[in-house]
Design a protein around this ligand. Sequence first.
Ligand SMILES: C[S@@+](CC[C@H](N)C(=O)[O-])C[C@H]1O[C@@H](n2cnc3c(N)ncnc32)[C@H](O)[C@@H]1O
Length: 225
Amino acid sequence: MLPRSEEKEWSDSSGVSEKFYAYFKLPNALFLNRRLIYGYLKKFLDREGDNSILDVGCGGDLLQYLAFRLEKDGFRFSMTGVDANAVAVALAKARTKAWRNVRVVCGQAEEVDGSYHVAVVSQVLHHLSPADASYMLKFVYGTVSRGIVISDFVRSRAAYWLVKAGIYLTTNDGVHRHDGPLSVLRSYADEEIGRLMREAGIRSFSIRNVLPRKFIIIPRGREQA
Ligand SMILES: C[S@@+](CC[C@H](N)C(=O)[O-])C[C@H]1O[C@@H](n2cnc3c(N)ncnc32)[C@H](O)[C@@H]1O
């Protein structure tokens, strides 16, 4: 197994532009991240009742896609996106301004208020140290009543080269070219995820690999993923 890298992503330590965040739309669509997240999310949604959704580390892209799909499918919903980066928040706000039931707040995941039916955590886990990741998971688990959908990368050579090639073919941005493949190397392997979950007090979860991504489904309450 590839060892987990502790090298920091450039985007975590330097300022990034709106263009940097806008790029995520392409790989998220190309590698089916958004569609798969929505598919897993739907299993936790109530066709007849309300659905409140928290998007942790929302970036600029995912909220708009989810709002569009939820509305199209006729779900009654409200969504909160939280991101520590003000540039991501500004972009997410601009892209979701048509929805009055979507709010975006700037801050750490653990600062978000309220409780939610479901949470989405897409491409955030690998940014965090094991201690920070389990702390964040514990917090998010405490705010939801139905479940959590997490997307991250499979840490493998195949995923590494797939992501590296995909990024080199679609952008010449130096930060993406550095951070994309590094994200794969920073991602948690299955047994490491098991440890994070135990630390967070989460006993039931399942992992599905859809190269290059990994999806972790955490049910709460009656609903099963
Ligand atoms: C790679 S981007 C993913 C954006 C989006 N979720 C997606 O899938 O396209 C990771 C985002 O997580 C945010 N982030 C990382 N740690 C966070 C934390 N503890 N609380 C809130 N946001 C966080 C970063 O600011 C960044 O915008």
